[in-house]
Write a protein of this length. Structure first.
Length: 76
């Protein structure tokens, strides 16, 4: 990847991550912006890749818990 493209990915990824963090406080689609920003940053920074994996794990666990809750509610 060219240095210009690396810097562009880093800047756009940082902006998306920042927007996602702002959307945690304000109403908005933080669940979309945070992983997108981390994915773009993971091309350049290994720490972003680790955070993205943690986010994916957390999201997967939360989805399974939500599925189980919905299944219990439907069973009633």
């Amino acid at each position: 990847m060219t240095p210009l493209k690396q810097k562009l990915f880093a800047i756009v990824g940082a902006v998306f991550l920042l927007i996602g963090l702002i959307f945690i406080i304000l109403p908005g689609p933080a669940i979309l912006f945070i992983p997108l920003g981390l994915a773009l940053l993971s091309f350049e920074y290994p720490v972003a890749k680790r955070w993205l994996r943690k986010y994916q794990t957390y999201s997967s666990v939360a989805a399974r818990k939500t599925d189980a809750l919905v299944a219990r509610m439907r069973a009633r």
